[in-house]
Design a protein. Structure first.
Length: 132
């Protein structure tokens, strides 16, 4: 009569393999649970419970390159969250248009300050202008 590999190993070895398999399954389930909790915290809870960033970081937010792209998206988000904005850009016409657009997102008693500056140069006058 042929015996299989499972029949040849002893009970102690079988129990040991079952325990190892259970530990591996438990570890995998815990990692999955951890990932689910992290995903809930980042993607769902953060949208339900928004932190008051004005109290945490201050009223003003300085955004460079706010006339388009990521800078514009950030400016909209910060305006909606209750911050006053200092937006910096090179093109005065674009800055004016963006300021008008962003004023629709602002809360009461908040304001937008525009600064025309090219931050790609190391001109000290530029930094002095922004400081004032």
């Amino acid at each position: 009569m042929d015996t299989t590999f499972v029949d040849k190993i002893g009970n102690f070895t079988k129990v040991t393999l079952v325990i190892i398999a259970l530990i591996w399954i438990l570890k995998t389930l815990l990692l999955l649970l951890r990932s689910c909790v992290y995903g809930f915290k980042v993607f769902i809870w953060s949208r339900i419970w928004k932190r008051d960033l004005v109290k945490l970081y201050g009223e003003y937010v300085v955004i460079t390159g706010a006339t388009d792209g990521i800078g514009l998206a950030l400016a909209k988000q910060f305006a909606e969250r209750g911050h006053s904005l200092v937006i910096i850009g090179r093109n005065p016409q674009k800055l004016g248009n963006v300021k008008e657009n962003l004023e629709t997102f602002l809360l009461l008693e908040r304001k937008i300050i525009t600064v025309i500056a090219d931050l790609s140069s190391l001109d000290q006058l530029t930094y002095h202008t922004i400081g004032n």
